[in-house]
Ligand binder design. Sequence first.
Ligand code: 2P0
Length: 330
Amino acid sequence: MKATAKAHTNIALIKYWGKRNEALILPTNNSLSITLDGFYTTTSVEFKEELLNDRFLLNDTVVEGEQFQRVTQFLDLVRSLSGKELFAEVASVNAVPTAAGFASSASGFAALAAASSKAIGLNLTDTELSRLTRQGSGSACRSVFGGFAEWQKGEAEDGSDSYAVPIAPMEHWDIRVAAVVLSSKMKKVSSRAGMRRTVETSPFFKGWVDSIHQDLEAIKEGIHNKDFEKVGEIAEANCLKMHATTLGAIPPFTYWLDTTLSVMQTVQQLRDSGVPAYFTIDAGPNVKVLYLPEHEEKVQETLRNIPGVSDVKLSRVGRGISYLEDDKVV
Ligand code: 2P0
């Protein structure tokens, strides 16, 4: 009863920002992301008769507290789906530098969902796996798929129609993402708390939700036609709208640092000089820059030279879940 799965992080071009049901992790809006090959988590899960509790090792260190609780609560879902009351040993290795500002929860929960459901004998379709993964962490449901994926928010109160669907495979389009690392400090407002405060108090939240449909339709057309300028413009504007909602919250907050603005301005200057590049930012200060392969050298050099930038990590579009045996994909 053992399985190992590998899942990659993703970066949203249309952001998930706001829940309509916190317990089931149901969002207020659809979102769309690129799965990234550079950052991933590999997780092994083994269910054993003799265990009296779950155990969770992350990078060879035993994890307790809140992080452990989230893993064990997720395993409870897997146990109840399978009807088997067995505890598990979970070992994860993260190739997602926390400092790069990627949510390791996306690759983490996608790998955990895939490995645990396989180990316990559930034979899930990708849709079923995405729906299960969502209940660990919302953005993780998009990492079940490679390439470009959309999380459909669904309408049902039980979440049965809230899962990700593939929009285009990784081979469709070679676009690149540079993760610009500014700060490794823990953020003051977690994305969960930030979403909640925004939904409950920001007068801009309605405007955010109302604008999503148009952004989604346009970006899907842009992805289909490989129209980089169109995709970049929509992604950048969508990110700015998401961050604008936090300034209207009570109390107001922002994830940006002064260096975040420096990177944003540098990206705009790159564009003015004829290099198409666009930024997007998640619930943290670090900036992700979208660009095309032919501009990799120029983009990387420009970003590295910004004062306050500590690292720039490059990634291509990545694959969805894979299962491993003896380090080989099966
Ligand atoms: C996203 N973010 O679409 C957005 C953009 C942050 C900003 O998904 O509470 O860790 O586990 O569902 O998925 C971060 O939120 O939140 C996130 P939960 P998650 O990628």
